[in-house]
Design a protein around this ligand. Sequence first.
Ligand code: MD6
Ligand code: FE
Length: 210
Amino acid sequence: MDLFTNLRPEKQTIRDGVTLLASFADTDALLKEIPALLAVSPVRRMLTPGGRQMQVAMSNCGPLGWVSEPTGYRYAALDPLTGNPWPAMPENFRALAREAAERGGFMGFEPDACLINEYTPGLKLSPHIDQDEADKNWPIVSVSIGIPAVFQLYGLTRGGRAENIPLYDGDVIVFGGPARHIYHGIKKVERASDARIGEKRINLTFRKAL
Ligand code: MD6
Ligand code: FE
């Protein structure tokens, strides 16, 4: 970490409903769990409802998993790739999501889904709103692992200029309240290497789907 990222406050309100908790997560502990999860449900490039392949490779853990298919988006109890349940959500994942939500002002967050996004340099995630969760009063808790990325915040519409928020290993965003209606994405990831996982960024987003 460089001198400048060190100067970030521990907790920062980016805008109403968006809280950045800098270096909040113990990513060594999270990374210990990930190989076993991906051995059960590997990351894969899902197809969009428009029939295109997404750039970012995805998997899930927990009782439910978010999936994109030509027929639409949904939360599914079974991994369509394997026909089996997604791997269980590790206890330290659950605890982290709950603690981060609490720091962001949301008590009692019990996620039932954790989407695992895997990026390599050059990949981006287009602006979107997460709308497949039943109760938008719950936040989404997002954890960054590995190489940096730039989180882009828009407004209630997809267009316009983005607010750019650099995200580093261990950063957690609590995204709730009015932010649930805001377009956001990930800018094309710059080439970098993480000592543990190489040229890769992993993002965990914890959701309460049902
Ligand atoms: C990512 N994150 O960081 C993508 N969604 O790879 C998201 O799309 C996201 O960070 C909802 C809430 C927080 C997020
Ligand atoms: Fe999102």
